[in-house]
Design a binder for this molecule. Structure first.
Ligand SMILES: CC(C)(COP(=O)(O)OP(=O)(O)OC[C@H]1O[C@@H](n2cnc3c(N)ncnc32)[C@H](O)[C@@H]1OP(=O)(O)O)[C@@H](O)C(=O)NCCC(=O)NCCS
Length: 277
């Protein structure tokens, strides 16, 4: 296994979220789902290009067949959801893991891969900040406390925010940004209005969600209006006060999807909104 830093050659592999090995270089033989992952990854890659000059970085794990995992981190000042200074924050990490998601053929675990990624991140940032913070876990491995403890990360709680921190020296603890939801549903006579807020930071909960919503809404023709609102820009995020990476509203009714919503789930919500109408 080799760990490579984020740069122009590794950016698309990073954006594929650990699936690069089964997508990149095989573009002519992809399944529909893999094509969607690649489309979503291209949107994430554009976001990465904008964030890299501001200090975002990542480490990517490669096996013979290609990229199999990554860890992504950035100065906490770049985060829309946390306040702090002299800290890096981990945005996400994936090493081949079980249970598999989103594809059942996901690669088998490579013992030591997760550790190598964390170690490479620490080496990269230790001279640049006073500490690193990370959530207690991520989507498919919610409890990573003992895993991160191997690298001297400790739990902390500050103003209700619970996270893990690896200190390199004395540092002020970060806090969560409290966003007041200002979104207001604007009805359109005779139509279902779908307002979708999404971020590029996670290709799965952001771009993939908007692709599925757009495609299903098209099936309903002019009965449905889709307002597609990207909240990468902090000013746009503050205007609406959305505290999640992605959130959709069907006629003003919130729907939180974790991972890309199934098209059937979206159809049901649209049918429901059409009936109420
Ligand atoms: C957590 C994760 C990074 C571990 O990766 P890994 O490659 O298995 O890690 P390592 O092999 O380096 O593990 C080192 C040690 O930590 C242990 N460990 C791994 N995950 C652990 C966990 N969640 N809790 C406690 N210990 C853990 C391993 O068993 C191993 O112990 P050992 O050396 O005694 O065998 C990986 O499972 C993962 O990426 N999970 C998904 C995270 C996720 O949901 N990301 C968001 C996707 S959108």
């Amino acid at each position: 296994m080799e760990i490579k830093p984020l740069d122009k050659d590794t950016i698309i592999a990073e954006a594929c979220c650990g699936s690069g090995y089964r997508i990149l270089g095989r573009e002519s033989e992809l399944t529909e789902q893999e094509r969607t992952i690649l489309r979503a990854a291209k949107i994430k890659a554009e976001w990465l290009k904008k964030m890299m000059p501001k200090g975002l970085s990542a480490q990517i794990a490669y096996e013979d067949e290609g990229a199999v995992g990554f860890i992504e981190y950035m100065p906490i000042e770049l985060s829309n959801f946390y306040e702090g200074k002299d800290l890096y924050i981990v945005n996400c990490m994936v090493a081949p893991h079980t249970p598999p998601f989103p594809d059942p053929s996901q690669r088998k675990r490579i013992p030591g891969c997760g550790s190598a990624l964390v170690q490479a991140m620490i080496e990269d940032v230790k001279g640049k900040c006073k500490g690193i913070v990370t959530p207690l876990g991520f989507a498919y491995t919610e409890d990573m406390v003992a895993f991160f403890a191997r690298f001297a990360f400790e739990e902390f709680e500050n103003e209700g925010l619970k996270m893990l921190i690896r200190r390199f020296g004395p540092v002020q603890l970060p806090s969560a940004v409290c966003l007041e939801e200002k979104y207001k549903y604007e009805p359109v006579q005779g139509k279902v209005v779908v307002d979708v807020f999404w971020s590029s930071i996670c290709p799965i909960v952001g771009p993939w969600t908007i692709f599925n919503i757009r495609e299903v809404c098209e099936e309903f023709g002019d009965k449905v209006i889709v307002n597609d609102i990207c909240i990468d820009d902090p000013e746009v995020l503050l205007k609406y006060g959305i505290s999640l990476w992605s959130k959709a509203f069907f006629n003003g009714k919130p729907a939180e999807f974790w991972g890309p919503p199934e098209k059937e789930e979206i159809r049901d919500k649209l049918e429901e909104a059409l009936e109420v109408r």
